[in-house]
Write a protein that binds this ligand. Structure first.
Ligand SMILES: [Zn+2]
Length: 82
C-alpha cells in the first residue's frame, strides 16, 4: 500500500492518504490540472511512518484522512527501529 501526503500551505494542513483513496487518487487529487500554487502531493511512501515523518516536516498540523483512515494500524505509536 502506498501512502501520500497532501500539503496545502494556504490552508495550513498536511493530510495523509492512502494511494487508492478517492481524494488522493495516487497523488493526482480530485482537482485534475488545478496546478500547484496552493498545494502539493508528496509521495508515494511505503509506510505510514515515512509519510508521517515527511508530513511533520512541512510544519503544518498533520491529520490522517477521515475517508481512507490510513493511520489505523500504526498511528501515534512511532517506533524508533524495526
Ligand atoms: Zn484519503
Amino acid at each position: 500500500m502506498a501512502y501520500y501526503v497532501y500539503h496545502n500551505w494556504t490552508k495550513h494542513k498536511a493530510r495523509i492518504h492512502l494511494g487508492d483513496c478517492s481524494w488522493c487518487n495516487f497523488g493526482e487529487g480530485i482537482h485534475l490540472g488545478a496546478g500547484t500554487e496552493n498545494c502539493e502531493w508528496l509521495g508515494p511512501f511505503r509506510t505510514f511512518q515515512e509519510a508521517l515523518g515527511v508530513a511533520d516536516r512541512t510544519g503544518e498540523p498533520v491529520t490522517p484522512c477521515k475517508h481512507c483512515n490510513p493511520s489505523r494500524d500504526t498511528a501515534k505509536t512511532p517506533r524508533g527501529s524495526t
